[in-house]
Design a protein around this ligand. Structure first.
Ligand code: NAG
Length: 128
């Protein structure tokens, strides 16, 4: 196949810094269902280059508000962080209610800035 220069430059761009970067990554399921009233754990892991230091982690509800912020942990929250600042970002939701249905996104702050797992994980809370 003969490629014109434009096609070639687009391919190079996709393979470059804008493509998937294996050093910076958040991994969680696309979506899952939880029965209302039960407790759910969102599995999550993140990676970053070894030289990077993680200072703060946040879980966000849709793009609206934080349900967890490691620098401002709320007492009695139903959202419990089971992860750490190294590579585990699992989040437990205690006694789910219908309004917990949302796309949750994990972000971590480093000395190089913030990184967010943009796809997010869709949690559907269903009735019995
Ligand atoms: C959750 O709900 C969304 C939107 O209604 C749907 O697209 C998705 O397939 C559902 N996920 C599961 C696991 O049922």
């Amino acid at each position: 196949m003969k490629m014109n220069p434009w096609t070639l430059s687009v391919l190079l761009l996709l393979a470059g810094p804008l493509g998937a970067d294996p050093d910076w990554h958040v991994e969680y399921p696309d979506s899952f269902c939880v029965v209302e009233g039960s407790t759910a754990t969102i599995p999550c892991s993140f990676t970053h280059p070894a030289r990077v230091k993680v200072g703060r982690v946040v879980w966000r509800f849709n793009y609206e508000h934080n349900v967890y912020n490691s620098s401002n942990v709320r007492a009695n929250s139903r959202f419990l962080y089971l992860g750490d600042l190294i590579g585990n970002c699992a989040l437990k939701i205690i006694k789910t209610v219908k309004r917990d249905t949302a796309t949750y996104r994990f972000s971590f702050e480093t000395n190089f800035g913030w990184w967010t797992g943009l796809n997010g994980v869709r949690v559907n809370v269903t009735g019995l």
